[in-house]
Design a protein around this ligand. Structure first.
Ligand SMILES: *[C@@H]1O[C@H](CO)[C@@H](O)[C@H](O)[C@H]1NC(C)=O
Ligand SMILES: *[C@@H]1O[C@H](CO)[C@@H](O)[C@H](O)[C@H]1NC(C)=O
Ligand SMILES: *[C@@H]1O[C@H](CO)[C@@H](O)[C@H](O)[C@H]1NC(C)=O
Ligand SMILES: *[C@@H]1O[C@H](CO)[C@@H](O)[C@H](O)[C@H]1NC(C)=O
Ligand SMILES: *[C@@H]1O[C@H](CO)[C@@H](O)[C@H](O)[C@H]1NC(C)=O
Ligand SMILES: *[C@@H]1O[C@H](CO)[C@@H](O)[C@H](O)[C@H]1NC(C)=O
Ligand SMILES: *[C@@H]1O[C@H](CO)[C@@H](O)[C@H](O)[C@H]1NC(C)=O
Ligand SMILES: *[C@@H]1O[C@H](CO)[C@@H](O)[C@H](O)[C@H]1NC(C)=O
Ligand SMILES: *[C@@H]1O[C@H](CO)[C@@H](O)[C@H](O)[C@H]1NC(C)=O
Ligand SMILES: *[C@@H]1O[C@H](CO)[C@@H](O)[C@H](O)[C@H]1NC(C)=O
Ligand SMILES: *[C@@H]1O[C@H](CO)[C@@H](O)[C@H](O)[C@H]1NC(C)=O
Ligand SMILES: *[C@@H]1O[C@H](CO)[C@@H](O)[C@H](O)[C@H]1NC(C)=O
Length: 780
């Protein structure tokens, strides 16, 4: 900066000073700091030595006392780029407030000289890019009442000296990279009203000295690495309103003293390792509104007095081992807004435990042992209702949907419900996801819910022709009617009616006739399951037009089946895929598959099918397919599961099959294949049963040596064929049953686990029944 204007300015300033008593050193210090900034941003206009028309006390962000001495510097939400290194703190002995928050790029460390601001009452440096440790000298600021250094990149431990500042009312160090323990000196801050240390890496136990913080109203310690028990002394913080200790490694019980906190309204303890029973008097004399207990190891009964204040709004306690919930707890709790109790072991009558909850919008009781009948009066504002995986029986009551007109998700799968699926569900104008699988429903009405995206009714006792669905259903993503008793032909209009359909499961029914070629118009289909029906004819080669199966990696993540957009819970949707935790989106890409097994398809496997390079699973087993395995099968490079067993396939195994390096399940058994199993490839890593009962096949892993047999290998048909055949079929059937079970656990787990924690084993049982029937047909 050229010195002459500055000098001129200072001279003028002296003139000013005599009149306005502003102090020269303060102005000089401010200007010196300003000129150290790379970009003074919003200070450009006002803090300038050229701007002599105004008193510096009029500068943006500056406030003076009557004597003209600067008492606050407040640069907030203002773009500046620079450090505090050139800020001469000792020039501002009268400063009571220093505030530089949310600036674009205030970086560097906090200078230790900051400790000279003896009159400072508040220091707000939040939301910057400050680094380094918190200077111990801050503890010299004996008049400080509010210290906020949150949302920076500060490291190191919290200096125990600063927790000695008895005048402090609020201390916010959240969202930094602080480590070490909470110093026991925290007990000296007995004027503290708010303490935020969340989102750091603070470890060790919560010190018992918190018992002295009897003015504290808000305690935020979440997302740290705190361990040990919650100290009993938490009960001494009698003003406490919000306690968030979630996402730590806390162990042991919730101390009973917590129930003595008369003002407690929000208690967050989720995602810890807490155990034992929750203190029974919790809620007795407080105003609890939020209680988060999810993801711990709690047992026993829910504290019965939780809603005693009549203010309880959010109760989240998923993934624990609670086993009972008394009617007294929630039945009259009309304040409830969201209730998550899934994944516990709660045994209670669902029709007795709850009452009318006019504000309730989400209720998830899935995976418990609730029994009894479905209620019809829970609340008018329910958007998400999940009761799946319980023991609820009876019919869906008439007027069930009368209780809410905005229900978007209804999951009743895995219960003991029976009777008709009511028409009102079928023409709802709000439902997006409807899952009624695994019950005993016996009839399905005409479905014309225009908003529905996901319809699961598999594994019931539904019967009739292909269900009457509304045509031109532009939202339907999943249609799962597998494992029922539907019969008749598969209508050709399917192909043009569901432009976004991704999953079509008609397996294990009694459909017959041909696959309509129009099916190939389902451009978004990723899973096609027609297994276990009575379908016949050739496999239409136009199936190869199904565009989304031909794409290897799918980057489109717009699929919104399941409760992704509806859950506010922190529950993860991760699951195991080959021993690796996969995320939800990855799973969808894993879902690409065709299953036409166990039908009466004949003819050759169309070569065109090998264009579907995205296929991960292809199951054509147990049909009457003949001809050769397409030579270009090696094009299906994503394939992990290939089952062509129990057909009439002949010829040699195409060498390209050995290029399928992802393949981990292969079954070519029970065909008429001949020649040598391509050697020196990973085909040798499969065991014998992958190739067995192909009398012309030879080479490892089969026991027979290729060199010896150029001649016929078909064994003579024996006279006592009847009995022998029976025996062979029994063996085959038991092999298949073992295989089917394995396969469906594998494939089923993939499909169903994401789709609403379906009981795979139940499903498998059903599958086994069907197979037994199939085998029975052959045995008679
Ligand atoms: C001087 O500062 C005032 C107050 O910020 C501003 O309005 C004015 O435009 C500035 N004048 C000049 C010449 O920069
Ligand atoms: C601090 O303010 C007082 C008046 O409140 C004044 O007398 C004194 O000079 C100021 N100190 C400085 C260094 O400006
Ligand atoms: C800071 O200001 C004080 C007095 O206000 C002065 O003595 C000191 O030299 C200044 N320090 C720097 C580094 O400019
Ligand atoms: C400021 O704090 C430091 C370290 O805590 C201490 O050594 C120093 O004496 C203090 N200065 C004053 C003026 O209190
Ligand atoms: C904390 O440190 C880690 C690496 O140690 C870094 O990735 C992360 O961004 C830091 N967080 C903050 C808020 O500075
Ligand atoms: C904290 O304050 C107490 C007395 O109030 C004093 O004995 C102790 O030394 C101080 N500790 C630190 C680290 O400043
Ligand atoms: C904390 O509470 C316990 C039991 O109520 C009491 O004995 C103790 O004196 C209290 N501590 C303080 C510091 O008030
Ligand atoms: C609770 O956890 C602690 C420590 O992890 C353990 O010692 C104790 O046995 C557990 N108590 C119960 C009831 O499971
Ligand atoms: C459901 O609502 C309709 C009209 O809103 C009404 O006619 C019917 O009686 C109600 N059913 C039940 C069971 O409440
Ligand atoms: C839905 O079906 C019920 C019963 O058939 C009928 O009363 C109601 O009017 C239908 N609602 C719509 C929107 O079609
Ligand atoms: C969830 O909903 C929001 C807004 O309601 C929308 O922007 C977002 O795309 C949705 N997410 C998914 C995965 O559909
Ligand atoms: C198989 O892949 C090769 C090259 O990758 C390609 O030229 C051929 O057209 C593919 N065949 C089929 C049927 O997709």
């Amino acid at each position: 900066m050229p010195s002459s204007p500055l000098l001129f300015f200072l001279l003028l300033l002296c003139f000013f000073c005599t009149q306005l008593s502003c102090t020269e050193t303060e102005v000089q210090a401010l200007l010196a700091w300003r000129s150290s900034l790379k970009d003074p941003g919003c200070l450009t206009q006002s803090w300038t030595s050229n701007n002599i028309s105004t008193d510096p006390c009029q500068w943006d962000g500056i406030e003076c006392n009557e004597a003209g001495s600067i008492i606050t510097v407040s640069i907030f939400d203002c773009q500046i780029d620079g450090t505090l290194d050139k800020f001469n703190f000792s020039s501002f002995p009268n400063l009571t407030g220093l505030e530089m928050g949310l600036t674009e790029n205030l970086h560097g460390g906090i200078p230790k000289e900051i400790g000279t601001l003896h009159n400072l009452q508040y220091l707000h440096l939040q939301m910057n890019n400050l680094v380094g440790e918190i200077p111990v000298t801050i503890s010299n600021l004996s008049n400080l009442e509010h210290l906020d250094l949150s949302y920076n990149h500060l490291t190191g431990a919290i200096p125990s000296a600063i927790l000695n500042m008895s005048g402090l009312h609020s201390l916010d160090l959240d969202y930094n990279n602080l480590t070490g323990q909470i110093p026991r000196t925290i007990g000296n801050m007995f004027n503290l009203e708010e303490l935020s240390l969340n989102d750091n890496y603070i470890n060790g136990a919560i010190p018992r000295e918190i018992e002295h913080l009897n003015k504290l109203t808000r305690l935020y310690l979440y997302e740290n690495e705190l361990s040990g028990q919650i100290p009993l002394e938490i009960g001494n913080m009698t003003e406490l309103q919000i306690a968030d200790l979630s996402e730590n490694k806390l162990q042991g019980n919730i101390p009973a003293t917590i129930a003595q906190l008369p003002n407690l309204s929000e208690l967050y303890l989720e995602n810890n390792q807490l155990n034992g029973t929750v203190p029974p008097y919790l809620g007795n004399n407080s105003n609890l509104e939020w209680i988060m207990l999810s993801n711990n190891d709690f047992i026993g009964t829910f504290p019965p007095l939780l809603c005693r204040s009549g203010k309880l709004k959010y109760l989240w306690a998923t993934k624990n081992s609670f086993n009972s919930l008394l009617p007294i707890t929630l039945k009259n709790c009309s304040s409830l807004i969201s209730l998550y109790l899934s994944d516990n072991n709660i045994r209670a009558d669902v029709s007795q435990t709850f009452g009318e909850h006019p504000n309730l919008s989400i209720i998830n009781l899935s995976e418990n042992r609730f029994y009894g009948r479905l209620p019809s009066n829970w609340g008018k504002n329910i958007m998400i209702l999940s009761l799946q995986g319980n023991e609820i029986s009876g019919q869906i009551p008439v007027g069930f949907l009368n209780m809410t007109h905005i229900l978007g998700v209804l999951k009743l799968a895995d219960n003991r419900l029976r009777g008709d699926i009511p028409k009102e569900l079928a023409n709802s104008t709000s439902l997006v996801i409807l899952n009624l699988s695994n019950n005993n429903f016996s009839s399905l009405p005409l479905i014309q819910a225009p908003t529905l995206q996901s319809l699961h009714v598999s594994n019931n006792k539904l019967t009739g022709e292909f269900p009457l669905l509304q045509k031109n259903w532009s939202n339907l993503v999943t249609l799962d009617i597998g494992n029922n008793n539907f019969y008749g032909e598969i209508p050709s209009w399917i192909g043009s009616s569901f432009p976004v359909l991704k999953i079509l499961r008609l397996g294990s029914n009694q459909f017959e006739g041909y696959i309509p070629p129009q099916l190939s118009m389902l451009n978004n289909l990723r899973l096609l399951d027609f297994s276990n029906n009575n379908l016949k004819g050739p496999i239409p080669h136009v199936l190869s037009h199904m565009h989304s199966m031909a794409v290897k990696t799918i980057t489109n993540k717009s699929y919104i089946d399941f409760d992704f957009n509806f859950t506010v819970d922190k529950e993860s949707i991760g699951f195991m895929w080959k021993g690796v935790e996969a995320t939800y989106q990855e799973t969808i890409t894993l879902l690409i598959g065709i299953d036409l097994s166990c039908n009466a398809f004949s003819g050759e496997i169309p070569e065109d099918l090998m264009k579907l390079q995205g296929l991960i699973s292809l199951n054509l087993s147990r049909n009457h397919l003949s001809g050769m395995i397409p030579h270009n099968i090696g094009n299906l490079t994503s394939l992990e599961v290939l089952d062509l067993s129990m057909n009439l396939l002949s010829g040699t195994i195409p060498p390209s099959l050995s290029h399928l390096t992802s393949l981990d399940t292969l079954n070519l058994s029970h065909n008429k294949l001949t020649g040598q199993i391509p050697s020196g490839s990973q085909l040798q890593t499969f065991n014998l049963s992958s190739f067995s009962d192909n009398d012309g096949l030879c080479g490892f892993p089969l026991p027979n040596n290729c060199l010896t047999h150029n001649n016929s290998i078909v064994p003579p048909v024996k006279n006592e064929a009847g009995y022998k055949k029976l025996e062979v079929i029994w063996i085959i059937c038991s092999v298949i049953l073992g295989y089917v079970t394995g396969f469906w656990v594998y494939f089923g787990a993939l499909y169903w686990k994401i789709s609403l924690r379906f009981a795979v084993f139940h499903f498998t049982d059903k599958m086994q029944d069907k197979m037994m029937k199939w085998c029975g047909r052959y045995l008679h």
